[in-house]
Design a protein around this ligand. Structure first.
Ligand SMILES: NC(=O)c1ccc[n+]([C@@H]2O[C@H](COP(=O)([O-])OP(=O)(O)OC[C@H]3O[C@@H](n4cnc5c(N)ncnc54)[C@H](OP(=O)(O)O)[C@@H]3O)[C@@H](O)[C@H]2O)c1
Length: 260
């Protein structure tokens, strides 16, 4: 297993770390020796997770209760990271309200944008400066296969995921000679508490969160994009041969079972 601490730096900041994929990223990174600064809204979950990881892996951990849509996100995170060498940012959190665009009030749609797009933009910009000065670091943004084309009933969510994937592509080129690895992880369905709360059912081809987190970390130096899982890669390949209209219709029908 690679020595992440040596390659990237002492600390990893995980935005959206209290459960699911975020907690799995934390466990994988702790097992690779990185100290952790874990961000989310639910304090109890963060406390329990940090205690478990400290005991199991002997790493240092800190947590910060924060809403990633907060207007003063940069100020709060800058204060929390002061004095720490943050060598890795994993931006995992997302807000995923399901429904037609006009059935949701504007503030809900704005919040999707804030958590899923503004948050990664602000944290990447804030943490990349010191990483570039040190000449080492890594950024992993959780994107989604839903960002490969517009997704009805998840239109703003899918647009924010496209934002993450495309942002990473540009940055990957800019950063490739600066010692910084950057990756967008475009996952298909992943078994997480958030997914089960949102969709209420398993789907075929669903992956375990620990598997997705492990594959994404293994692929960090092979950016700009990873689609975890062979089936997902096959499906992404297949959809490339369809017109965008046809692909949108097929995915909508497979997901929501109507308006084919
Ligand atoms: N699950 C899937 O099938 C799937 C598929 C493709 C891509 N993805 C992507 O993978 C990532 C994570 O997956 P997931 O959504 O299933 O969730 P998850 O990893 O199970 O949990 C999301 C984490 O983000 C935190 N979070 C959410 N909103 C937050 C906010 N406003 N401020 C601070 N923390 C916040 C949650 O903690 P608190 O509630 O404690 O704040 C939680 O720890 C997302 O970016 C998603 O788009 C997931």
């Amino acid at each position: 297993m690679s020595d992440f601490k040596k390659k990237y730096g002492e600390w990893a900041l995980i935005a959206g770390a209290s459960e699911g994929l975020g907690a799995e990223f934390a466990a994988h990174l702790a097992s690779r020796g990185m100290n952790l600064l874990l961000l989310a809204r639910r304090q109890k979950l963060l406390e329990n997770l940090t205690t478990t990881l400290e005991e199991r892996y002997g790493v240092e951990t800190r947590w910060l209760v924060i809403d990633l849509a907060d207007a003063d996100l940069v100020e709060k995170v800058s204060t929390a990271v002061s004095g720490l060498e943050i060598g890795m940012l994993v931006y995992n959190a997302a807000y995923i309200p399901i429904g037609d665009f006009m059935d949701r009030p504007l503030d809900v749609q704005q919040r999707v944008f804030d958590v899923n797009a503004r948050g990664p933009l602000l944290l990447a910009h804030t943490l990349l400066g010191p990483m570039c000065e040190r000449g080492r670091g890594a950024i992993l943004l959780m994107s989604s296969m839903a960002g490969m084309r517009g997704m009805p009933r998840l239109a703003v969510y899918s647009a924010t995921k496209a934002f993450n994937s495309i942002l990473v592509e540009g940055l990957w080129y800019e950063l490739k000679d600066k010692g910084i690895d950057i990756l967008a992880c475009c996952a298909g369905a992943v078994r997480t508490p958030t997914y089960m709360r949102s969709f209420g059912r398993e789907v075929s081809g669903m992956m375990d969160a620990t598997n997705v987190a492990g594959q994404a970390l293994d692929a960090l130096s092979n950016g700009p994009q990873l689609i975890p899982g062979r089936l997902n890669r096959l499906s992404a390949f297949f959809y490339r041969f369809l017109s965008r209209k046809r692909a949108i219709r097929m995915i909508a029908k497979a997901t929501w079972g109507k308006k084919g």
